[in-house]
Write a protein that binds this ligand. Structure first.
Ligand code: 5AD
Ligand code: SF4
Length: 469
């Protein structure tokens, strides 16, 4: 497929601008506000920043108070049942806002709203929701909003089969020093447990020139931490005719001058290459951090998950990372209680944790997703067993994380100060290039700058330090 085939056409782009102007004219001078609430992963955060960008482009101010808003957009997640429940309960809470202000527009977008059965549910059971749109239809917000403002019918969009890449959507970033940059959208992997390929559609890569332009702009604006996002960044460029894979893109971006670190996520082990690890080792601008979700340590379960690698291949990548980047922070996602997971399979996962010695693991109880192959599999594991496995996994990993963090005791490290700690407002929170949390004392004005810190104490989930002069 040619890259330009996936780009939003100039006609649709012009139409989008027309709707932006129409809304802008309508609300001009009224001082109306928009409240945008985002759940879920970094990709969703990035989408939320685009929704905010379009709201501002149309003339809305932004508010963190839903009661003060004339437009509420709930940007939802669907990765586990809990995420969907949270999003639905949030939508439910805005019913009373609509009662107070009948002109309020309530929209729901994101992964949950991208599923047909959920869009139907929102239509029938949430009559105060004005419209929904999917992750790949973000650019349509101005049109949907305009039509509804003009008294049009409620709308519940079904995701497009081959959605376009819309460039030029404005962004309002939540931070002035950490930024998300989507390098691609969608997912082609169809891991058997995962809803994302159904909610985000097939892979579409952005053109490397566009990505570079955005990253250059961020560095020029003083951004220090830039995370390249994709469901599987390792397949970047495969859907297109431009000659650039992810390792090459990373090499190109990291050659930009400046004081910054590039991060990326997520990297599917089936496509992680030595070339990528070599590029990481060759540039100071690429953070020594590798999030490499294993999901399970059992070959039988990996096969049932449709992951396309086995433990041996996975450990081979880990060993190459350790050889080339001995200081790299290595993290993983693990699912416990996948259908058919036996005690022996689970033990294999624990053995893998002991062998790899991750810095941190994000562990999840398997949650059946409607429409996925695993949701229909026999051998669903009872909740008590899933819960018990999660606790055992956390026990094993907490000890490993503790040991991994202890290696930092007494070291001097450079961290990016991210403002006051939410848990302890007397302390500042910094992030190492591997994204470890470091708490230290200092003036809040340090937020957004790199600070040298001596690590004085370590815990399983954080480091403590003293700011160096
Ligand atoms: N149940 C539990 N965890 C899931 N994940 C994805 N789908 C599911 C599911 N159905 C986890 C995977 C993925 C992370 C983002 O969420 O570990 O890497
Ligand atoms: Fe992100 Fe997946 Fe949740 Fe969608 S379902 S918001 S892609 S974690």
């Amino acid at each position: 497929m040619k890259y330009r085939d996936t780009l939003l056409s100039p006609e649709l782009s012009a139409e989008r601008s027309k709707y932006v102007s129409l809304v802008k004219e309508r609300i001009s001078g009224t001082g109306v506000l928009a409240f945008i609430q985002t759940f879920g992963c970094q990709q969703n955060e990035a989408d939320g920043e685009r929704v905010a960008g379009m709201a501002v482009e149309m003339g809305y101010g932004l508010t963190s108070d839903p009661a003060a808003a004339s437009l509420i957009v709930v940007n939802t997640c669907a990765v586990r049942e809990h995420a969907e429940k949270k999003a639905l309960s949030s939508v439910g809470q805005y019913k009373h806002c609509k009662k107070q202000n009948p002109d309020l527009i309530i929209a729901v977008c994101g992964c949950m709203a991208s599923q047909e059965h959920r869009a139907d549910e929102l239509k029938t059971k949430y009559p105060y929701v004005d419209f929904t749109f999917g992750t790949s239809d973000l650019y349509m917000l101005p049109e949907l909003l305009w039509k509804r403002l003009c008294g049009g019918k409620r709308m519940f969009l079904i995701p497009q089969d081959e959605p376009p890449v819309a460039e030029g959507i404005p962004v309002v970033r939540a931070s002035t020093y950490r930024a998300w940059v989507s390098i691609m959208y969608g997912c082609n992997n169809f891991c058997s447990y995962c809803i994302v390929p159904y909610t985000r559609g097939r892979e579409r890569s952005r053109c490397p020139d566009e990505v570079e332009k955005e990253v250059r702009g961020l560095i020029a604006d003083g951004y220090r931490d830039i995370t390249l996002l994709g469901q599987n960044v390792n397949s970047y460029g495969r859907d297109c005719s431009f000659d650039c894979n992810f390792a090459q893109l990373l090499a190109r971006l990291s050659s930009i001058e400046g004081d910054y670190k590039l991060h990326f996520m997520t990297s599917h082990p089936k496509d992680a290459t030595r070339e990528l690890i070599d590029v990481m080792a060759s540039s100071e601008h690429i953070a020594r951090q590798f999030h490499l979700p294993a999901q399970s340590g059992s070959d039988r379960i990996l096969k049932a998950m449709n992951r396309h690698y086995d433990l041996e291949k996975y450990l081979g990548i880990v060993d190459y990372i350790r050889e080339k980047l001995p200081d790299a922070v290595l993290t993983s996602d693990i699912i416990v209680g996948f259908p058919g997971e036996t005690e022996e399979d689970f033990e294999a996962t624990l053995d893998m944790l002991r062998r790899v010695r991750y810095d941190m693991v994000y562990s999840f109880i398997y949650s059946p997703r409607k429409g996925t192959p695993a949701g229909r599999m026999d051998g669903q594991i009872p909740e008590e067993i899933k819960g018990e496995r999660l606790r055992r996994l956390l026990d094993v990993q907490t000890e490993i994380s503790n040991e991994a963090n202890h290696r930092y005791a007494g070291r001097n490290i450079r961290v990016l100060c991210c403002g006051r700690s939410t848990n302890d407002p007397n302390m500042l929170e910094g992030r190492t290039e591997g994204n470890k949390i470091v708490l230290f004392e200092g003036p809040p004005e340090l937020e957004g700058s790199f600070v040298n810190v001596e690590v004085t104490d370590t815990r399983p989930f954080a480091l403590y330090g003293k700011k160096l002069k």
